[in-house]
Design a protein around this ligand. Sequence first.
Ligand code: NAI
Ligand code: MG
Length: 503
Amino acid sequence: MNDLSFPSQPGYSPAAQKALSRKPALFIDGEWVASTGDQLIDVYDPSTGKVICQIADATSDDVDRAVTAARRAFDDGRWTGLPPIAREVMIHKLGALLEQHMEEFAELEAIDNGKPKAKAMELDIPASIGQLHYYAGWATKIGGETIDPMVVPSGSFHAYTRREPVGVAAQIIPWNYPLIMATLKIAPALAAGCTVVLKPAEQTPLTALRLADLVNEAGFPPGVLNIITGYGHHSGAQLTTHPGVDKIAFTGSTEVGKIINKAATDTMKNVTLELGGKSPVVVFPDADVKAVAAGIAGSIFYNAGQTCIAGSRLYAHKTIFDDLMDALAEQAQNWRPGPSLMPESAIGPVVSNEQYERVLGYIDAGKKAGASVVTGGDTPSACGNGYFINPTVFADVSADMKVVREEIFGPVLVAQRFENTEEAIAAANDTPFGLGASVWTKDLSTMHHVSARIKAGTVWGNCHSVIDPTMPFGGYKESGIGREQGNYGVKAYTELKSVIIQL
Ligand code: NAI
Ligand code: MG
C-alpha cells in the first residue's frame, strides 16, 4: 500500500494505452509480422513494478528474415541508389513526424524506462529529433577527395577516394535513453546509405516499436529499417554473427561489448562500441562550491544515474571537500524520486528489478567496506513495488573499493579528497574506463592542462554531460571503440575506397 507521502503512478493516456495494446510483432521489410516462435518477454512499468505488455523474443529465423530484408534493400539499391537529397528529405520527414508525436513518445519513454515524462519532453525526444535532422543533412555531404600520387609523374594518374555505405548495419542499444539511442544509431546509418536492423533493449522496446510506424509513414522503402525485439543473449547474439551483417554498432555494458567484439571477428564485421564508464569529476579549490554542487548533482542523479557518462567519481581538493559534501547533501533534496508520470518527479525509479537489486547491492557493498553515507543510501519509504532509490553520496571511500572501481549505473556518487593536481590526475585515470570526465576550476591553465592529461573521450570544463550531435563521442580504454556523432559518426557507416586510374 502506498503511503500518502509517496504518490502513485497516474493513469496512462489513450495514445499510450493503444501502443501498449499492440500485439507482439516485429517490423520487417516494412510490415508488422508475427515471430516464428512463441516466446514472449514481459515489459514492466518500473514506477509500479507491473507488467504492461509483452514483446516477441525474435528467433534465429526472425533474425535471418530481418537481415535478409535489409540485405536485399541494400543490394538492390532502393535506398543507396536514391539521389542523396531524397534520403536527406526522408530522414528530415521522420524527424518532423516524431515532433508531431512528441507528447506520446515522452509518455511511452516514461512508462517504459521510468524516467520522468517531463524530462523526456525536455531532453530525450527533442534530442532524438535533433539527431535525425542533423544526420539528414549529412546524406548530401558525404564525399571523397582527389589526391595527387607522389611516385608517378604529376598529371599521369587520376586518383581519388570514395565514401561508400558499409552495407547492412545491426544496431543493438540499451535501455537508459531508448529513443536517443535508437535515433543516434539509425540516423547516421541511413544518411550514409546503409540499411539497418535495430534491436532495442528488451526492457525498453516501446518507443522503437512506435518509431517503426513513423518510418512507414515517412515513406522509407521496405527493408531499409527493420526493428526486432528480443533478449540480447538470444536475438542480439544472432545479429552479431550473422554473415549478412556488415557492421555492428552497440551501446551497453563493457562485458557484452567484449563478447560482441569477439563474436564479430569471424566474419570481420566493422564494429563500433560505446560501453560503460566511471567518469571522474575533479574539483579544484577555486571552484564556486554551491554552483559546482548543483552541476555535480545533475551529472550523477539525472536519469537516476543511468547514464554512461554520469559523473560518478568525485575528487575534490581537501580545502573545499567538507563544504562540497554539505552542498551536495542539500542538492540531493532536489533529486527525490517519484513516479514517472508525476510532473513533480525529478528522477524516476531505476529501469528494472534487476537493476534495482544491483544498485542496492553496490550501496550495501559501500557501507560494508566502510564508506560513510553523506546522503541517501536507502530507498523512499512506502513507495509500493516501484524500483525507487534515493540519491546517494558516499565519502571516505578508497581507490580499491568496489563502489569506486565498478560502474554502478544508479544515483550513487563516491567522493574522495586530493591534495595536489598530480594526485588528482592520477586518481582520475585510475580506472579501466575512459568515457567522460569533468574539471571544475576558474584557472584556465589548470583547465587545459588537466583536460589534456585525463584519458577520456570527452572532457567537460565547468559542466558535465553536455552532449551535442556535432561533437564526437566515444571512449578510451574499456569504454569503447570508435566514435559516434559529428562527421565521425557518419563516416563510421562508410567504407573508404581508393580509385587509381592511369591516364
Ligand atoms: P547489456 O549490455 O547486457 O545490454 C545492452 C544491450 O545489449 C541490450 O539490447 C541487450 O539485449 C543486448 N545484449 C546483451 N547481451 C548480448 C549479447 N550477448 N549479444 C548481443 N547483444 C546483447 O546491459 P544490461 O545487462 O541491461 O545492464 C548491465 C549493466 O551494463 C548496467 O548496470 C550498466 O552498468 C551497464 N550498461 C551500460 C550502458 C551504457 O550506456 N554505457 C547501457 C546499459 C547498461
Ligand atoms: Mg546484460
